[in-house]
Design a protein around this ligand. Structure first.
Ligand SMILES: [Zn+2]
Length: 376
């Protein structure tokens, strides 16, 4: 048995539940061990301050899991258009277990992003737009808003708004929509509210910037303009000229010269890399929260693993955006080992909605199941 040293007490609320430079946790004593098939003997401990008992597995990404899965491989498969069932067949897991591992990996990705974003030094403008897809059925379309770096194509934020089905429909389809809307109707002004979170993320980026002002490019959708005006801090900075909102027609040619190229590029990548978003696919999302967990893991792989699109440039999108390569290397070494705690992670509202599975899936009764440890 290798000597495991608990980094802190895992009980939120305990005085020793913290991570800080120089902090060493000593207030625990050994509390036996138990044997497992997957992980061998697991040592247990007891916190002498709060009485909580825990094991080395409490700090592992595989807490409560019975099988060892290669998360790096999983992220690679997900980002290479492999569907859940195919992944399950290759890895010898049920599709539910694959989803469970993707959820764990997504939470790890959020924690890494949260820690790394505190030290980034950025110097680029941003572009934002909604990626149109659906969940459950085509009667429940949604917009995934992406905030992307103009030069780096790094994804700073993503959130989702479920919409009402619009566009041309047969009489039969209209009747079906009417029946379904008696069971579920998306919240009004969903795009505007979701885009408000994107606007708030711009403020975080602006706070990091060594420059005095930042330009946000979007298309001419009135919802975006309203969302920016509704956020008091954003409106204030816009008035001061520090946050400049510029628009371009969504009908403009989708070339590299288009200021919306970064989001158009991500649209293309998502359509070809994530199976559920491929056009005319038989594979589609059935649960909003799981759809966002897959997206989170995809964005993590895009930001930190995939190389920047310029040939011969070996940097990741994060490095191009101004993230420190040494810190990235340290985080990536531990990302699939050390379990992320929500209580020790600074989350954005959108991250928190994904982590706690708070989004509502159309037609689904009740809240999504979230293991108790995941909310700790
Ligand atoms: Zn404790």
């Amino acid at each position: 048995m290798t000597a495991f040293i608990p980094p802190f007490c895992p009980r939120p609320g305990c005085e020793h539940h913290r991570e800080a430079p120089g902090f060493r946790y000593h207030a625990y004593k050994p509390w036996g061990a138990y044997a497992t098939k997957a992980f061998g003997p697991v040592p247990r401990f007891r916190c002498t301050a709060c009485g909580k008992t825990f094991s080395s597995q409490t700090f592992s990404v595989d807490y409560y899991a019975k099988r060892v899965v290669d998360y790096e491989d999983l992220a690679g498969r997900l980002s290479s258009c492999e569907c859940l069932r195919a992944m399950g067949r290759s890895l010898g897991l049920s599709s539910d277990s694959v989803s469970n591992r993707i959820a764990r990996a997504a939470r790890q990705a959020f924690a890494v992003e949260s820690r790394l974003s505190r030290t980034r030094v950025l110097a680029e403008n941003l572009a934002a737009d909604g990626f149109e897809t659906f969940c459950v059925s085509q009667y429940h379309p949604n917009n995934i808003h992406l905030l992307v770096g103009s030069d780096s194509q790094f994804v700073y934020a993503a959130n989702l708004a479920t919409l009402r089905r619009k566009g041309r429909m047969t009489e039969g389809q209209k009747r079906k929509r009417w029946r379904l809307e008696r069971l579920f109707r998306p919240p009004p002004r969903a795009v505007e509210r979701a885009f408000g979170q994107i606007a708030a993320e711009c403020l975080r980026v602006l706070a990091d910037e060594p420059r005095a002002s930042l330009t946000l490019w979007t298309d001419e959708k009135a919802d975006y303009r309203r969302a920016l005006a509704a956020e008091p801090c954003v409106a204030f900075l816009a008035k001061e000229g520090r946050l400049v909102h510029r628009t371009v027609s969504s009908r403009a040619a989708r070339t590299r010269a288009n200021p919306l190229f970064p989001v158009n590029y991500l649209d293309r990548e998502l359509r070809k890399d994530l199976h559920e978003h491929v056009r005319e696919t038989v594979c589609f999302g059935r649960n909003i929260n799981r759809q966002m967990e897959r997206l989170a893991l995809y964005i993590f792989a895009h930001n930190y693993r995939k190389r920047y699109r310029i040939p011969n440039d070996r940097r990741s999108h994060a490095e191009v955006a101004g993230y420190d390569p040494r810190r990235i290397a340290v985080e990536l070494k531990l990302v699939w080992k050390r379990r992320a705690f929500l209580s020790l992670t600074e989350t954005t509202p959108s991250m928190r909605d994904s982590w706690l599975r708070l989004r509502e899936t159309p037609l689904k009764k009740g809240k999504d199941y979230l293991p108790r440890y995941a909310a700790a």
